[in-house]
Design a protein around this ligand. Structure first.
Ligand code: MN
Length: 128
């Protein structure tokens, strides 16, 4: 069992990883990181994390492919996936949601908006 409230963040940009880690750790989350699509998908399968933050532009396999594979797997599809990306072209939000993302956050990352989304999608604690 993971002890702290864990978030998996799949992101190739070290600056964004450091920023998100700093924000979430301040609020008591443990952040597990992957830096490419295949590594991220492997960690989703291994950890079955309560929440995934997902960059879209990733080496190896892009975020659209990663979320598609998560949502195609009946053991994983319950995991909320929030896309975090600088892509702001018209239609991008629809593309992410259509691929299976539960929500979408535009970069640059804002701490209050990130925390609000994580709180909104983080699953309720299950009493023992
Ligand atoms: Mn990227």
């Amino acid at each position: 069992m993971m002890e702290k409230r864990t978030v998996l963040y799949i992101e190739d940009n070290p600056h964004n990883r450091r920023l998100v880690r700093r924000i979430l750790e301040q609020y008591g989350f443990a952040v597990v990181e992957a830096t490419d699509g295949p590594g991220g998908l492997a960690l989703v399968r291994e950890l079955v994390p309560p929440l995934v933050l997902l960059d879209i532009g990733l080496p190896g396999m892009d975020g659209i492919e990663v979320v598609t594979l998560i949502k195609a797997d009946e053991k994983l599809r319950h995991i909320p996936v929030i896309a975090l990306t600088a892509s702001a072209m018209p239609g991008d939000r629809k593309r992410f949601i259509d691929a299976g993302c539960d929500d979408y956050l535009a970069k640059p990352i804002s701490a209050p908006v990130l925390l609000q989304k994580v709180a909104e999608y983080y699953p309720e604690e299950t009493p023992n």
